[in-house]
Design a protein around this ligand. Structure first.
Ligand SMILES: [Zn+2]
Length: 299
C-alpha cells in the first residue's frame, strides 16, 4: 500500500473513498477480521472485557442474555441481548443494533449511557420496550475490524445470511417485529448523518435531526460518497436508491439491515457519526441522542 498523503482537511481522500467503495462490492472482503488501518478510523479505546463487564453490571435493571458466542483465535465473545424489563407488557418496541461493524466504536461505547438514560426516565418509557443487540460483531469489535472472524461484512449479509451474526439479527427482528430499528454506525464523512429507509416519514426524520442538533451534534452536508444531503444530515430513501438497492441484492447478493427491514415494513435508521472525529463525547452523543429521541417518539 502506497503511503497516504496526510489528510489535513478532515475529509476523506480519493484513495480512502476508493477503498470505501470496495466495501460495497464484496460480501467476504478477507478471510479474517482485517484492520484496514488506511481507512483513517480513530479508535476510542474499546476494551471488550471492560465492555462485557459494563453490560453485565446492568443485569439488575435490564434482562441481559447472550444470544450466541462467536469464536476467533481460541476466544469466544458474546453477542448480548439487553431488554428492558417491560419487554413483555409494553405496546411499542425499539430495537437498537450496535456494533455491526466492529471498528465503529462509538456505536458500541454509547450503549451503557443509552441504557442508563432509558432507566433513569422511569415511567416516561413504561410503554416502550428497549431491546439492544450488542456488539452484533463481537470479534470485529475485539479485533478493531469492520469484519467478522471470517472477513465477512455482516451489513452486506441480509440476502444470503451466510454469517452467524446476520442470522442472529434476523431471528431477533422476525421474533420481535419491532416498531422501529436503529443501527449505530460510523463513517469517513466529516460530521453526522443518517440513512432512512422508505418506512421512515420525512416529518419524523426532521424531528429527530432537530433533536440531534439541539444536543450539539453537527449534521453533515454531504454523505460519504460526496453527495449533498437534503435536508442536512439525512439520506432519505428515494426511488433511484431503492432501485440500486434492489439491483445490489439481485446481482451481488448484498443487502444491509435498512433494506432488509424495508422488506418487512419496519422503519429503520442507520446512524453514521464521523470515525475521523477524535473527541469521544462528540462521537457518542448522536447515538445516545437519537435513541432517546426515538424512544420519546414511540412513548
Ligand atoms: Zn458501519
Amino acid at each position: 500500500m502506497a503511503p497516504r498523503t496526510r489528510n489535513t482537511r478532515g475529509v476523506p481522500t480519493v484513495s480512502e473513498l476508493r477503498q470505501f467503495a470496495r466495501y460495497h462490492l464484496v460480501r467476504q472482503v478477507y478471510d479474517h477480521p482485517a484492520r484496514d488501518e488506511e481507512m483513517g478510523v480513530v479508535p476510542l479505546g474499546y476494551d471488550p472485557d471492560a465492555f462485557e463487564a459494563e453490560i453485565r453490571a446492568r443485569a439488575d435493571r435490564f434482562e441481559v442474555t447472550e444470544l450466541t458466542r462467536v469464536e476467533y483465535a481460541g476466544r469466544s465473545r458474546p453477542i448480548f441481548a439487553v431488554r428492558s424489563k417491560n419487554h413483555s407488557t409494553a405496546s411499542k418496541r425499539l430495537l437498537v443494533l450496535s456494533g455491526v461493524h466492529g471498528n465503529e466504536q462509538a456505536g458500541i461505547l454509547c450503549v451503557p449511557e443509552i441504557l442508563d438514560r432509558y432507566h433513569a426516565a422511569g415511567e416516561e418509557f413504561a410503554d416502550v420496550a428497549l431491546h439492544v443487540i450488542t456488539p452484533v460483531n463481537p470479534v470485529g469489535a475485539a479485533e478493531i475490524s469492520r469484519f467478522n472472524a471470517n472477513g465477512f461484512d455482516i451489513n452486506r449479509d441480509f440476502v444470503r445470511f451466510e454469517t452467524d451474526e446476520g442470522r442472529v439479527v434476523r431471528r431477533e427482528i422476525v421474533k420481535l417485529h419491532p416498531d422501529f430499528v436503529v443501527s449505530l454506525h460510523e463513517g469517513p464523512q466529516d460530521a453526522t448523518f443518517m440513512f432512512a429507509n422508505e418506512c421512515v416519514s420525512l416529518e419524523l426524520a426532521e424531528r429527530l435531526l432537530a433533536a440531534l442538533e439541539a444536543g450539539g451534534t453537527v449534521l453533515a452536508e454531504r454523505d460519504y460518497f460526496g453527495a449533498r444531503l437534503t435536508p442536512k444530515g439525512l439520506s432519505p430513501s428515494k426511488p433511484v436508491t431503492r432501485l440500486l438497492v434492489r439491483l445490489w441484492a439481485a446481482t451481488l447478493g448484498m443487502r444491509a439491515t435498512n433494506a432488509y427491514c424495508e422488506t418487512l415494513g419496519i422503519p429503520e435508521l442507520t446512524l453514521e457519526s464521523s470515525w475521523r472525529e477524535t473527541d469521544e463525547a462528540t462521537r457518542i452523543r448522536p447515538h445516545v441522542d437519537l435513541c432517546l429521541a426515538l424512544l420519546r417518539e414511540l412513548a
